[in-house]
Write a protein that binds this ligand. Structure first.
Ligand code: F0G
Length: 338
């Protein structure tokens, strides 16, 4: 028995680099869901910093380090920031995270701060933060947003893990924000097919929140370009994005695979989050539960994998807490007897 590498690096034969920085990302649980027949949950919240971003950062930060950079920069709705901060810390790089003030969930802010990143707040949403990084950040620091192709190379490894446990499913359902992950996962499956391992490729289903659905709206109208949203709005702050930079890649993934885009409301997202937690035992942040909301809504036949992209603790503020108080043992017993 000899492991070939830590984290994503165990797939080094499928990656553009052979080894690099790792926090043991990947090997996340694939859980059969109780919520629908033939539905499996790939719980990416179980990654080291609690989201799928870690797969991409392992590769991206390795490239940053090897190219001699001493600083990295990202715009983020929070998870990219948390992941970049942790992997940059591990690699000994400085990390700048540009964040939309008031629109980043608390757990993610705490992570970025804890790992020693420089937190920079802007007045505006993610799209503006990303503009800043593209137009200014890249001149001073190595950018680790998902327009960086190395990130996507790391993220494609989730397809390999799904294949190892399940073979190739009929559908893979993915929450879409800046639209990098769905194209990365599609690339992973395509590469499996090239090796003759996946006879029938899965259909990719992209899920957006109703108030931040540029790709869904374009898809519904048969338009080739997204209908950008100036003021995106959703409880799922991770995917509160109006102008996804990777839209051409995401569109290609969905088209080539014979899949589709679908939107879910905030109510459906929160309900799915609750169901996933109380019936499957899996805690997702709202954006992560968007794929579950879609799976429930669509009731698609065939084997489906819903990618749950981030952990519940990322966004504690959306979770309502109700507690009962007891004054003595008798009152406790009364409760327990119910
Ligand atoms: N789910 C979660 C939990 C995310 O954090 C993100 C993106 C997505 C889904 C969408 O993935 O952008 O590849 O389509 N979060 C980015 C961030 C934007 O800054 O953390 P995508």
């Amino acid at each position: 028995w000899a492991p070939k590498g830590n984290g994503i690096w165990r797939y080094s034969t499928m990656l553009p680099l052979k080894s690099g920085i790792s926090l043991g990302e990947g090997r996340t649980p694939l859980v059969k869901s109780n919520l629908a027949e033939n539905l499996y949950v790939k719980f990416e919240g179980a990654n080291p910093t609690g989201s799928f971003k870690d797969r991409g950062m392992a590769l991206g930060v390795t490239v940053a380090k090897e190219s001699g950079a001493n600083k990295v920069v990202v715009a983020s709705t929070g998870n990219t920031a948390a992941s970049a901060a942790a992997y940059a810390a591990r690699a000994g790089l400085r990390c700048y995270v540009v964040l939309p003030k008031g629109n980043v969930a608390r757990g993610k802010l705490i992570q970025a701060a804890l790992h020693g990143a420089e937190l920079v707040m802007i007045n505006g949403l993610f799209d503006k933060a990303l503009d800043y990084v593209v137009n200014y950040g890249t001149k001073y620091a190595y950018p680790l947003n998902s327009f960086n192709p190395w990130r996507l190379e790391g993220q494609k490894t989730v397809a390999f893990e799904i294949y190892e446990e399940l073979g190739c499913p009929d559908y893979v359902i993915v929450p879409v924000g800046n639209a990098g992950n769905i194209s990365a996962i599609w690339k992973g499956f395509r590469e499996l097919a090239e090796l003759g391992l996946c006879n029938k490729l899965p259909k990719m289903v992209g899920v957006q929140a109703e108030g931040a659905a540029p790709l869904v709206e374009a898809w519904a109208r048969g338009v080739e370009e997204p209908l950008f949203v100036d003021e995106p709005n959703t409880v799922a702050t991770a995917i509160k994005i109006g102008r996804p930079i990777n839209w051409p890649k995401a569109l290609r993934a969905v088209k080539e695979s014979g899949g589709f885009f679908v939107k879910v409301s905030d109510g459906e997202i929160l309900k799915a989050q609750r169901l996933l937690a109380t019936r499957d035992g899996i805690g997702a942040e709202p954006a992560g539960a968007a794929s579950i909301a879609a799976a429930i809504k669509l009731n698609i036949g065939g084997v489906a994998v819903a990618v749950v992209t981030g952990h519940a603790l990322k966004d504690p503020d959306v979770i309502e807490i109700t507690a009962k108080e007891v004054r003595n043992a008798d009152e406790l017993i009364e409760l327990l007897e119910k």
